[in-house]
Design a protein around this ligand. Structure first.
Ligand SMILES: CC(C)=CCC/C(C)=C/CC/C(C)=C/COP(=O)(O)OP(=O)(O)O
Length: 346
């Protein structure tokens, strides 16, 4: 029986705690080696897969009741450390990361999130060893084909998805540019869900290119610069209509910095979550908890904007608490005439 990718994959990776305590590493590894065959055997039962899927369906049904972010973005950090932790080749760590991304896209699409963007390759990543850059490019190319095929397969959960590869494509080979064009064309009609893969990308490069584009247009049309608005400028950026706002940005693996990513998009109500979990370990449950937190705080914020106070409502509901509505300064009577203690009137 063919198991879904997430089941097969989750069972091959150790838990997060292992990365934090090197002394426990060997201990966990021994347990994992003993438990893994049993877990694999259990997972081969249809009932286990059914249970896993049913639980996911229930959780997704619950979260869909509240507000869900429109645009979620990931800084997928920690693939190499994951590979090291699991005694695997670095390539395998990146492969695990690619699989995690596709699984999370599936979950996000079902939750009703309209767009996921992922920082797959920063322009600075070209400074990595040549073999690693090649490995990443090949993996990237394979994942594009996989996504494209799934987005066009009626029975696949990713069916109806649109794929966009954004960034400075002058830095990639002509073959890769061709492939990017092809997969974008093949997924053009997907309107349920969009995945933006940022490759090779940095925010400053995105802003720089948009500024250059605007200057070029205003050289042709002198009225363009005067009519340009922030919204219009934003729509010209790589992430098109999703350039305006990233509702939730998640960075894995413990680094607390943006690394030149989502600089324009992170504003006002954007939430940034830094987690120490390595990217390949960042599964459905971790995403779910992040979304739950986002949904809770967004609700509170929306109620506050409507002038609704949960505390006041609660106090009003209690019979033994005497609550007064807030009074404005203007509605108070004028203060008495001041009398000086020194006897001198003002
Ligand atoms: C679907 C698709 C196109 C997938 C792309 C594959 C993928 C997950 C790419 C991310 C590559 C990357 C530079 C990760 C950062 O981890 P790191 O190598 O910096 O790890 P470290 O922080 O442990 O050093």
């Amino acid at each position: 029986m063919r198991l879904p990718n997430y089941v097969r994959f989750r069972l091959t990776g150790p838990s997060k705690e292992q990365s934090h305590n090197s002394k426990l590493n060997g201990y966990f590894k021994r347990i994992k080696d003993k438990l893994m065959p049993i877990l694999m055997w259990l997972a081969s039962f249809r009932i286990v897969v059914w249970f896993h899927e049913t639980l996911q369906n229930i959780l997704i049904g619950i979260i869909r009741v509240g507000p869900v972010p429109r645009h979620v973005s990931f800084i997928m950090d920690g693939n190499r450390r994951y590979a090291k932790k699991c005694d695997m080749a670095i390539k395998k760590g990146h492969e695990a990361g690619g699989m995690t991304l596709l699984n999370l896209c599936y979950a996000c699409k079902r939750i009703g999130i309209k767009c996921v963007s992922a920082y797959a390759f920063s322009i600075e990543n070209f400074n990595r060893p040549r073999e690693e850059v090649e490995t990443l490019t090949n993996l990237f190319s394979a994942k594009l084909d996989e996504f494209c095929e799934r987005a066009n397969t009626l029975t696949d959960p990713l069916y109806g998805s649109r794929l966009r590869i954004v960034g400075d494509h002058s830095l990639v080979s002509a073959d890769m540019r061709e492939k990017i064009k092809r997969v974008e064309r093949l997924t053009d009609n997907g309107d349920d869900f969009t995945l933006y893969i940022c490759f090779p990308y940095t925010s400053r490069n995105d802003i720089y290119h948009t500024v250059c584009g605007s200057i070029e247009k205003s050289l042709v049309d002198s009225g363009y610069a005067r009519s340009l608005t922030i919204a219009g400028f934003t729509r010209n950026m790589y992430l098109e209509e999703f350039s305006n706002n990233c509702d939730l940005l998640i960075r894995t693996s413990g680094h607390m910095r943006l690394s030149d990513y989502m600089l324009w998009q992170s504003h006002e109500n954007s939430e940034i979550l830094f987690t120490s979990t390595l990217w390949p370990d960042f599964g459905f449950i971790r995403l779910y908890l992040a979304l739950l937190k986002w949904s809770f705080f967004t609700n509170i914020q929306r109620y506050n904007e409507m002038g609704f106070s949960l505390r006041r409502k609660l106090y009003h509901a209690l019979p033994f608490v005497d609550v007064h509505d807030p009074v404005s300064v203007d509605s108070l009577p004028s203060p008495p005439i001041a009398i000086s203690v020194t006897g001198e009137s003002e």
